[in-house]
Design a protein around this ligand. Structure first.
Ligand code: GAP
Length: 448
């Protein structure tokens, strides 16, 4: 089963409208690396803010953190990544391309058809050297997950935040994996951003919290505005479970290439804190004041990809329809996620309209991401705003100079209402809070 939306169309819209560009394009691009443009960066910020709000701000039991990408090399020995974060690869005996064992059939090179070597294990971590001397002792790694920064700061956060179990530590940040088969636009890349939360619980309560977080996280995507029918849960089989996991579920989304992972929720048991305690020689346990005993907390980890959430939102919002014989392409983003909330569009570039239009822009931009566009025809400007998913276009016309009113056009229904400028902020705020467009007060005049 695959989504009806075509990935090439979404990628092309992303390039055309400033969401996502191929990285280093003027040099021919760099495989599977992408840059977020002016619209993409706002969309991404909105996703991260929604996650931070739900995971930290609106809960009393989770705190945030921002740890370093480069960490002491022993972290990766302790975490098991040096020994176990590997993929089996087979090399073509003729063209020397390397292939993931799961991507080949008949032991033949998919490129040239020649025989392949026996698969060998290949570590997915990026290596570099710290300091001026490139030798083994200076080797460090770019983190392949943000989680380890949280584990090694467990004691510092516990001491300074004075939290009691159960509690969580969350962070958003870049991770790096030398993926063998990146692709599907921003779905699998070598540099990506994660939103991870490690929830520390008393051993024995872990299964209950595991179930709680699976439900909570699935709800988050639905609240974010992703259609329920495009989401599902899938439990990992024993053979695909990460080296640290006791149990794991994926939240999957129906992407154009089929169902695929959006977020993983793992029960990591006491694996990480025990390993870091053993390798560092420092105690990473917890004193339970009620039970008067020490133990190593278990960890439940919901781990989401920012880029995959962005991709799912783009695909879910992508829509084509025919209006008056022409194809209209629009992104039906939920308002909270839309990069721009409103666009101020003077009917024409006539200099009489500019002062009032700029005044309206200046009034709104303090509270809402607003853009100002007076180039080209009004029809073209509406189409541009539809394609970036702006929910409200506000047109200033010559009548506005007489009656201090403007027209609001709603993206999805194409309904238009005429409202006093002084009520504009109040109306937009109500719409942002979820009030339907039809519920606009009666004093607003409906336009044809
Ligand atoms: N700390 C656990 C962990 O990293 P994971 O399932 O390997 O678990 C979590 O990764 C999430 O990070 C995935 O669900 C996905 O959204 C995102 N992710 C992982 N690898 C990625 C890649 N190469 N490109 C883009 N996103 C990726």
């Amino acid at each position: 089963m695959t989504s009806k939306v075509n990935m090439e169309k979404v990628a092309s819209l992303c390039k055309r409208r400033g969401f996502i560009f191929p990285s280093s394009e003027i040099y021919g691009g760099l495989s599977s690396c992408w840059d977020y443009g002016p619209m993409g960066v706002e969309l991404k910020r909105n996703v991260k803010e929604a996650w931070w709000k739900a995971m930290i701000q609106e809960r009393g039991d989770v705190v945030g953190i921002d740890t370093s990408i480069m960490m002491h090399p022993t972290v990766w020995k302790a975490s098991g990544h040096i020994d176990s974060f590997t993929d089996p690869l087979a090399e073509c005996k003729i063209c020397h391309l390397r292939w993931r064992a799961s991507d080949i059939t008949d032991n033949k090179c998919p490129q040239c058809g020649a025989a392949l070597t026996e698969p060998r294990m290949f570590n997915l971590m990026f290596k570099t050297f710290m300091g001026p001397v490139e030798e083994e002792t200076n080797t460090i790694y770019l983190r392949p997950e943000t989680a380890q920064g949280i584990f090694v700061e467990f004691k510092n956060v516990l001491a300074t935040s004075r939290k009691k179990l159960p509690f969580g530590i969350a962070q958003i940040g870049k991770s790096f994996r030398n993926e063998i088969t990146p692709g599907n636009f921003i779905f699998r890349t070598r540099e990506f951003e994660q939103m991870e939360m490690e929830y520390f619980v008393k051993p024995g309560t872990d299964e209950r919290w595991f179930d709680y977080w699976i439900k909570e996280r699935l709800e988050w995507y639905i609240k974010l505005g992703i259609r329920k029918e495009n989401l599902r849960l899938r439990q990992h089989g024993k053979e695909e479970m990460a080296h640290y996991a006791k149990d794991c579920y994926d939240i999957e989304y129906l992407f154009p290439m089929g169902w695929a992972e959006l977020e993983g929720i793992a029960n990591r048991g006491d694996y990480d804190l025990s390993q870091h305690a053993k390798c560092s020689g420092k105690e990473l346990d917890y004193y339970d004041n009620e039970e008067k005993k020490r133990y190593t907390p278990y960890i439940i980890e919901p781990s989401a990809g920012v880029d995959r959430s962005v991709l799912a939102l783009l695909i879910d919002a992508y829509h084509e329809e025919t209006v008056e014989g022409e194809t209209r392409v629009l992104l039906r983003f939920p308002i909270a996620i839309a990069p721009m909330k409103a666009a101020i569009l003077p009917l024409s570039r006539n200099e009489r309209l500019a002062p009032l239009s700029k005044k309206v822009y200046a009034k709104l931009c303090h509270n809402f991401m607003t853009c100002y566009d007076d180039s080209q025809s009004i029809g073209r400007r509406y189409r541009r705003q539809d394609e970036v998913g702006t929910p409200f276009c506000i047109t200033v016309d010559f009548q506005s100079l007489e009656d201090d009113q403007v027209t609001i056009r709603e993206r999805d229904s194409l309904a238009q209402i005429r409202v006093p400028i002084e009520k504009l902020e109040e109306i937009l705020q109500a719409k942002l809070n979820g009030e339907p467009f039809e519920a606009t007060p009666l004093w607003a005049t409906r336009q044809k």
